[in-house]
Design a protein around this ligand. Structure first.
Ligand SMILES: [Zn+2]
Length: 483
């Protein structure tokens, strides 16, 4: 049964006054809701929020005999639940489908995007309750264009900050750069900075020296760094002062010890063998000296991390994606992305046997234990999907975090205040006076059951209210592009 919001427009007394000098900005009062604030773990029944100029200017709860504050417009939320908008700290919003193109007679991967596809994913992401996002890699110009259009109110979607092309030796068209020398790095960093990036993305194929140079040059330019490391260890990255580490794949041999390390190094000699994405977890001992030292360093440096547990699950269950994510979930993808999505997710496991998959799936609890150890140590974590559209992957990331041993409140904190901390936003992620009016309205209580998030019907972003059904209706006009 769908609930429809009723609204009453009340004429402002001031606007009727002939002597009014300046029309006041409109105020919107949202009332008759339970306000859920993960930051304080508090639920306020009969709550109300007064919104002006895209911000929450006042909030409270209705006493039986007290009247509500005056507002230009009043919206009765009919006993629903309101919580801060979700934050996806790993969203490749402007990426296009993975395709192989020929360049100089050689096959090269391309992820070049398209503005229609970007607009589609921005709308489907907003319709999933995500009001703020960070793209840790992508075409800077495409992201800059998105931000211009989103801020101007032309393209509905999450508020976005972004990094540019990844610094990585493996070429990806519309995805990677690998300058030859320091001057080249400096020029590329300046180029990305001119296109509005706030982070430089350092990737898995770089050497230690390159990672160190990248951090140094980015910081000199006043930019931060986000890294997906592999053979260069997280320990090295954290000590360097990398700001963000991404993915539950801290797959460096340097974090292993003894015979496990030797066995792992032999596996890694075959570069086509992608089993390391689970076998590292078979080998690691979280109580070993290198892992204990890593966790201490991450805590000390307050290295921000998005583990994207959902990616490990997608890889480990690559042959069962149809069951995990039925076709009805895939509306969040532009039709051009829908067909190839499962194949992309299955790429690392193309040569795995049934035994390999069973071994990988057995490691998921150990991946989650890594998450819990970081969380318990006080390493700042946040929620990311690594998708082009947050959609069902966001809820799954929350559920995997909960299964790792967090309470629903703790999970909702990661989704809101954790995301804000990750992106260093001081006015986002809470229902509080002075904060950006980003919130979602739910018929069921997400503190009781996280799955309530999938019943979302209304999203308020920067003070503007969107009905999910209206957003979904907009998607149908964005499916024409052929690539
Ligand atoms: Zn990613």
């Amino acid at each position: 049964m769908k609930k429809v919001l009723s609204s009453t427009v009340i004429a402002s007394l001031l606007s009727l006054s002939a002597t009014a000098q300046q029309p006041l900005p409109p105020t919107v009062l949202y009332y008759n809701a339970t306000l859920i604030n993960p930051a304080t773990e508090q639920q306020l029944a009969d709550g109300w929020l007064l919104v002006k100029d895209g911000r929450i200017v006042q909030m409270g709860h209705q006493q039986a005999d007290a009247s509500l504050p005056a507002a230009t417009k009043k919206i009765d939320l009919q006993d629903q639940y309101v919580m801060p908008g979700l934050i996806d700290v790993h969203l490749h919003l402007t990426a296009g489908p993975h395709r192989v193109e020929m360049q100089d007679g050689k096959p090269v991967l391309t992820m070049k995007g398209d503005s229609e596809i970007t607009r589609y994913h921005a709308i489907s992401t907003l319709a999933s309750g995500v009001t703020t996002a960070f793209s840790p890699a992508g075409e800077a110009a495409a992201n800059a264009e998105y931000v211009r259009q989103q801020q101007a109110g032309n393209w509905p979607g999450p508020k976005l900050s972004y990094a540019g092309y990844i610094f990585e030796p493996t070429p990806i068209i519309g995805g990677s750069v690998h300058p030859k020398d320091e001057a080249g790095w400096q020029a590329e960093i300046a180029n990305q900075q001119a296109q509005g990036v706030d982070h430089i993305k350092l990737y898995a194929g770089l050497s230690k020296e390159e990672v160190a140079m990248g951090v140094r040059l980015a910081n000199q330019a006043g930019l931060k760094t986000v890294a997906h490391l592999d053979s260069v260890s997280w320990q090295f990255g954290a000590e360097l002062g990398i700001d963000i580490l991404t993915h539950a794949l801290p797959t460096s041999a340097e974090l292993l010890t003894g015979a496990a390390r030797d066995a792992y190094l032999i596996e890694r000699k075959n570069l086509a063998n992608q089993r390391f994405i689970y076998s590292w977890f078979q080998h690691v001992d979280y109580d070993s000296e290198p892992m204990q030292r890593l966790i201490r360093t991450l805590k000390k440096q307050q290295t921000r991390i998005d583990l994207t547990l959902v990616v490990n699950e997608l890889f480990y269950f690559a042959r069962e994606l149809g069951a995990l994510y039925p076709e009805t979930d895939l509306w969040v993808f532009h039709p051009q992305m829908r067909k190839g999505w499962r194949a992309v997710m299955a790429a690392p496991s193309y040569d795995w046997t049934a035994e390999d998959f069973a071994a990988a799936q057995q490691q998921l609890p150990k991946v989650q234990e890594f998450f819990k150890r970081l969380y318990d140590a006080g390493v700042p974590l946040a929620i990311g999907t690594d998708s082009v559209a947050s959609g069902p992957f966001y809820l799954r990331e929350l559920q995997l975090s909960q299964a790792a041993g967090l309470t629903n409140w703790q999970v909702l904190q990661l989704a809101t205040t954790g995301g804000a901390r990750h992106l260093q936003l001081t006015d986002t992620g809470q229902l509080a006076e002075g904060f950006v009016a980003d919130f979602i309205v739910l018929p069921a209580n997400p503190v009781t059951d996280l799955a309530a998030l999938s019943t979302l019907q209304t999203v308020v972003q920067q003070g503007k209210a969107w009905q999910v059904d209206d957003l979904k209706a907009q998607l149908t006009s964005l499916t024409a592009v052929e690539l």
